[in-house]
Design a protein around this ligand. Structure first.
Ligand code: C2E
Ligand code: MG
Ligand code: MG
Length: 751
């Protein structure tokens, strides 16, 4: 059971917390992923920006080189010294040395109007014309552009006065690999700047200036553009984290690449914040874990209390056995499983015999101990597949699945035997017995309440048949029950439709004088005919009709016998009436309403009605006695009356049961028994009457034992009130009494 619960709990927990844990983990993972993605994206964008910056920076650098060369060549002075006449010293000073010293141009060449080199300078020093040769190819690709622009330029005429002509520089640059070193080569047409001196012809000389892209230049560039680790490579480096841009010649060929390590602001940021971020992540995980843990604890508690509540709802707190609700819940599917040919299901209704006696005499705690002990015995007897339930009080049900009739009987017998063994408890040794009703369900379509009702019916039969036995349910029992139900309905209406009436049986003294009568109820059923009180009185007791029926009897008897002054009238009162709280008040009301004298009435109680120490019974008997009624103990000797009962309730009379009277004359034993009863009554100063006197011989024996009053067929049959009134001459108009069959004549009128 607990294993099942645990796995159910685990499953429920997993169902509730699985998604929470998964969502939290996914949330944290997403957070980490997002951070990594942002850092990478950040760095990527930064790298792209840096690339653009370097690219445009380099282009600007080239333009700046153009700008540096331009004033030296686009100058009236240059036209004068390179075109009008060629002055190598001027070239040394203004091109070779100047540009090398201040701007790092290591090469300077001059081409004449036929594009032939006429001047060369290397690192600020005049050099041989041969120095131009490595540059010739690269320069020749730029020359056509320069010459074309020169052609397109409007003709220059020398300027005068204020009307200076300002020429636009005609320039081109490219990058070229010269002996393994990339050079920026700038080709500039020699032109006047303000035009005081104009070129000699339509083709002017050309200045070539070249600067190597070397460490020095790159350093300055890197410092200017804040680029880390800038290097020149032949090919783009393959290492990750390095960015490069190609440097191409004017023919589009890649000369070299500028490579550098781009800044990683995202990574830098991450490096700075990873400590706190990790701490926050750990904290978040910790919070999530705590929430889940405490949630799980609360949830476990909820599950546990739910399980407790469920257990309480489906179990009997005293024995911890399943209760009626659980029994029905289990019975339903088991009954539904039954099909023709499948092994049957047996329902055993078990009820303790005389459990009330234990409760009444030893108290409720002893009763509880007995119930617990019986539950333990049932558990011992049944195997695990059986379901044992306590329905309440002393009622148990045992369900046997897939059994046979024989096995069910064997089990029921074992239960009866097990319960019968003494039960040792802190209240001493308790004795109990039980009766069992067995219903074997072999076919489909029986509902749980019907199955239980069948077992109950069989149980009822066990009880009726003398307890401590096992009875099988038979279909006729159900029919008998239905029959009882219809009788019950009829009895309810009988109280109003006149089919109930009273008869009175005389009781005489030794001389045959009628001293009293016993009022007996008769029911003539419209269909069934006469129904004996032995049938309908217990029925009325069971179905709660006995109180109105008892009131009916008492009112009718008071009305019919109220005027009789010469005889007393005995009225039978049931134990159920005596146990009801309003009974004494009801009698008192009737006495007042009809106006009778209670001292002329006797209340007949059975011994069992006075058993136990029911306070209501005692109070009612006492109230009746105070009103003036006398008390007779009916059917004396058949029950369990003890001397204490006779004294405690101040009984006035005992009625020796007719079963003893019937055996009189049959042997010395029965006579001795009756003799003892009469002696006992005398000793306690009680009156004695013998009922069921049918023969003269019985009467003689009774007389010889000392009995003084008699009732029975020998003396007179029960008869209607007016017949009896006629007989006793008390308020009746009729002379000849109408007697029931077998009635003895010869009753003497009371004087
Ligand atoms: P009981 O109080 O012991 O009544 C005596 C029963 O013995 C009556 O049966 C009566 O007809 C019967 N009887 C009388 N003389 C003889 C005889 O010589 N031989 C035999 N064999 N029987 C004799 P009845 O009227 O059938 O009543 C049966 C029981 O029903 C009564 O037993 C009583 O306990 C109960 N009862 C009858 N009327 C009432 C009533 O109004 N209220 C209550 N609560 N119970 C009643
Ligand atoms: Mg009686
Ligand atoms: Mg009797």
């Amino acid at each position: 059971m607990s294993v099942v619960h645990e796995s159910i709990d685990d499953r429920s927990k997993a169902r509730l917390f699985g998604p929470i844990v998964a969502m939290t983990t996914a949330g944290l993972a997403l957070l980490v992923f997002l951070a990594v993605f942002l850092v990478m994206r950040f760095d990527q964008v930064a790298a792209q920006r840096e690339t653009r910056l370097v690219q445009s920076g380099f282009e600007r650098q080239l333009a700046e080189f153009d700008g540096i060369v331009n004033p030296q060549v686009n100058w009236d002075d240059a036209v004068l010294n390179l075109d009008q006449t060629f002055t190598p010293g001027w070239a040394d000073l203004n091109l070779g040395s100047y540009l090398f010293t201040y701007n790092g141009f290591t090469r300077a060449f001059v081409l004449d109007r036929n594009d032939q080199p006429i001047y060369a300078s290397v690192k600020g020093e005049r050099a041989r014309i041969d120095a131009y040769r490595p540059f010739a190819a690269a320069v020749s690709r730029l020359l056509p552009r320069i010459r074309a622009q020169e052609q397109l330029r409007p003709p220059l005429t020398p300027s005068t006065g204020n009307r200076d002509i300002i020429t636009r520089p005609i320039q081109a640059h490219s990058i070229a690999d010269i002996g393994g070193i990339p050079f920026v080569i700038i080709v500039t047409l020699v032109q006047p700047d303000v035009g005081r001196i104009v070129p000699r012809s339509g083709r002017a000389p050309i200045s070539i200036n070249a600067i190597p892209i070397d460490g020095l230049m790159l350093e300055a560039f890197a410092a200017r553009y804040l680029v880390d680790d800038l290097h020149l490579h032949r090919q783009a480096p393959k290492e990750p984290g390095i960015t490069s841009i190609p440097l191409r010649g004017d023919d589009g060929k890649q000369i070299a690449v500028l490579a550098w390590t781009p800044g990683q602001p995202g990574m830098d940021l991450l490096e700075k914040i990873w400590g706190p971020a990790l701490a926050a992540l750990v904290l978040l995980s910790l919070i999530a874990w705590t929430v889940v843990r405490s949630g799980a604890a609360i949830f476990s508690e909820l599950l546990a209390s739910e399980a407790r509540a469920r257990h309480l709802a489906f179990h009997d707190p005293l024995t911890k056995l399943p209760n009626r609700a659980m029994l029905f819940a289990r019975l339903q599917p088991r009954l539904a499983e039954i099909t023709a040919g499948s092994p049957p299901l047996a329902v055993l209704a078990v009820d303790l015999d005389r459990f009330k006696d234990v409760n009444d005499s030893l108290g409720h705690h002893a009763g509880d101990a007995l119930i617990q002990s019986v539950a333990a015995r049932l558990r011992q007897e049944c195997d695990d597949s059986a379901l044992i339930a306590r329905l309440g009080g002393d009622e148990f049900v045992v369900l046997l699945n897939g059994t046979t009739r024989e096995a069910a009987v064997a089990m029921a017998d074992r239960i009866v035997a097990a319960v019968r063994k003494p039960h040792d408890s802190e209240y001493g040794r308790l004795e109990a017995g039980c009766s069992v009703g067995v219903a074997v369900i072999e076919h489909a379509g029986v509902d749980p309440s019907e199955a239980l009702r069948w077992a109950d019916l069989a149980l009822y039969r066990s009880k009726e048949a003398g307890r401590a036995r096992v009875t099988f349910f038979e279909v006729e029992m159900d029919a008998a029950l239905r029959d009882r139900r219809s009788l019950e309905t009829d009895l309810r209406s009988a109280m109003n439709d006149g089919s109930l009436r009273m008869v009175y049986q005389p009781q005489v003294d030794r001389a045959g004088r009628i001293v009293a009568v016993e009022a007996l109820l008769r029911w003539k059923h419209p269909v069934r005919g006469n129904v004996p009180p032995g049938v309908f009185v217990p029925l009325a007791e069971e179905c709660g009709l006995i109180l109105p029926l008892g009131e009916f009897v008492m009112r009718r008897v008071f009305e019919e016998t109220g005027r009789w002054t010469s005889v007393r009238t005995a009225i039978n009162v049931s134990a159920v009436q005596l146990r009801s709280s309003g009974f004494a008040a009801q009698v008192m009301r009737l006495v007042a309403q009809v106006g009778i004298d209670p001292t002329r009435y006797e209340i007949e109680l059975t011994e069992t009605a006075l058993l136990g120490d029911d306070p209501l019974t005692a109070a009612n008997v006492e109230a009746l006695k105070r009103m003036g009624f006398s008390i007779a103990l009916d059917d004396f000797g058949t029950g369990y009356s003890s001397l204490s009962v006779l004294q405690r309730f101040s009984v006035d009379k005992i009625k020796i049961d007719r079963s003893f009277v019937a055996t009189l004359g049959g042997g010395a034993e029965s006579e001795a028994l009756v003799d003892a009863m009469i002696r006992l009554a005398r000793a306690l100063k009680l009156e004695v009457i013998a009922e069921g006197v049918e023969t003269e011989r019985q009467k003689e024996r009774l007389i010889s034992c000392g009995c003084r009053e008699f009732q029975g067929h020998l003396i007179g049959m029960p008869m209607r009130s007016d017949d009896l009134a006629a007989l006793i001459g008390d308020g009746s108009s009729r002379q000849e009494p109408r007697q029931e069959p077998g009635q003895e004549r010869g009753l003497r009128r009371r004087a």
